[in-house]
Design a binder for this molecule. Structure first.
Ligand SMILES: [Fe+2]
Length: 418
């Protein structure tokens, strides 16, 4: 049995915009025939359990008081204790990047490219469905996360560039949050792999990145989509999400500690001016440091209700500044740039001869000179798909990238050039 996507979308929108004060009156909390989609005994949640879940959330005070309440909560203290004793987080096992292969443009058939894009679309729907389950207070098996991430990791092994391409894509058919969750995951596996982590570690880092902002689904939707500048009170509400997300993560049966650490710490900064613990946070798990970089990069690349977007190159520059100022780890930031190049894979650029091109692969050691696909002629006329051709900028003296373009490929163009 499947949920009709239109119904699912409207339910999700409704659920994401609720205030927890209104939960008592929310009809959707009642089980209906479609509420029994997941019959696995591990995912059956008793009404009492759900009641406790909502009660806990309702008991959190508003604004700064609520933030401080969460900061001092047993939940937060328990994780602080685990982090103090955590010894893992360094690369362990054969580095994944040694096992990666990279196929070329000629090897990618149109059905292959469509297949990858379909996986992306399906993943967004799976993430939305997961939101729905978690916000309803249901228990969900952790393996559901791996069902979303595994197909991408598999693709990543043979075609890193196409995964990088998707990490700067935005599907306008879905809301910001599911897109953001998915791209965080795609960016994190790239940084993790460039940083010498093994396959199981990169997988876990990616799963952590996918779930890092889960607390955002439990923040009042009015604040998340607000068009005006955020008030101080709004900012306190948003700052609750790393801890409030733990309530949702507890519903994921079998979740590893590392995933919890990342959700809890992805806004901590090495300078001690992050949250929720700030300078009291003595240990920031390496996975949380990596996911923080993915999270900031993606947030900058995308328009938010209260500000415009930056193109991927500008976003990289901002991240670099944060590394120089000591907020982010320099090595991880370097690894992000190493794989994405200064002009990230998937982004559109203008060449010095006025042609438009898409970056399709980075060149290790030449961040300014990636492999590109030329998409227009010098008079800005679009080339037919058959006439699109590749240039390796590191091999050309006369052709170079003049500047990045503030244009983003839409759904029909995302695979063009690849
Ligand atoms: Fe966040």
């Amino acid at each position: 049995m499947g949920i009709k996507s239109a119904k699912l979308n409207s339910e999700i929108k409704q659920l994401l915009n609720i205030k927890f004060d209104d939960l008592d009156n929310l009809d959707l909390l009642e089980e209906d025939s479609e509420g029994h989609l997941f019959l696995d005994p591990e995912e059956i949640t008793s009404p009492q359990e759900k009641q406790t879940f909502y009660q806990c959330l309702q008991d959190i005070p508003k604004g700064k008081e609520g933030f401080e309440h969460l900061q001092e909560s047993q939940k937060a203290k328990a994780i602080d204790g685990k982090l103090e004793n955590c010894t893992n987080g360094a690369p362990d096992g054969p580095p994944l990047h040694d096992a990666l292969e990279q196929i070329g443009v000629k090897d990618r058939t149109s059905s292959y490219k469509k297949g990858v894009q379909d996986v992306y679309d399906a993943a967004l729907s799976q993430i939305e469905q997961l939101f729905l389950e978690l916000i309803r207070g249901n228990r969900v098996k952790y393996s559901r996360i791996q069902e979303i991430t595994d197909p991408f990791t598999k693709n990543f092994m043979t075609d890193q560039a196409i995964i990088q391409n998707l990490s700067v894509f935005y599907s306008i058919e879905h809301d910001y949050l599911p897109n953001h969750f998915l791209r965080n995951f795609l960016l994190a596996i790239n940084i993790g792999s460039s940083s010498g982590y093994s396959l199981p570690q990169v997988k876990q880092m990616g799963e952590a990145a996918l779930l890092a902002d889960i607390g955002m689904i439990m923040i009042n939707g009015d604040i998340r989509i607000k068009k005006d500048a955020l008030t101080q009170e709004d900012e306190w509400e948003l700052k609750k999400h790393p801890i409030i997300g733990l309530y949702a993560l507890e519903r994921l049966n079998g979740i590893p500690d590392e995933i919890v650490f990342v959700a809890y710490q992805h806004h901590e900064r090495l300078t001690g001016d992050g949250y929720p613990k700030g300078n009291q946070s003595r240990v920031i798990h390496p996975y949380a440091q990596i996911v923080a970089i993915a999270d900031i990069f993606d947030a900058l690349c995308n328009e938010r209700a209260y500000r415009g977007s930056y193109n991927p190159s500008e976003s990289l520059k901002s991240i670099l500044k944060m590394a120089v100022s000591g907020h982010l780890d320099k090595t991880y930031v370097h690894n992000l740039i190493k794989y994405l190049s200064a002009f990230p894979v998937g982004s559109l650029v203008l060449l010095n001869d006025n042609r438009m091109a898409k970056v399709i692969q980075s060149n290790a050691g030449s961040p300014l000179k990636p492999l590109i696909s030329v998409l227009t002629d010098k008079k800005e006329q679009t080339l037919s798909e058959k006439k699109i051709f590749q240039i390796d900028c590191s091999q050309e003296e006369d052709i170079y990238i003049e500047r990045p373009l503030n244009i983003r490929a839409g759904k029909n163009e995302v695979m063009i050039g690849f």
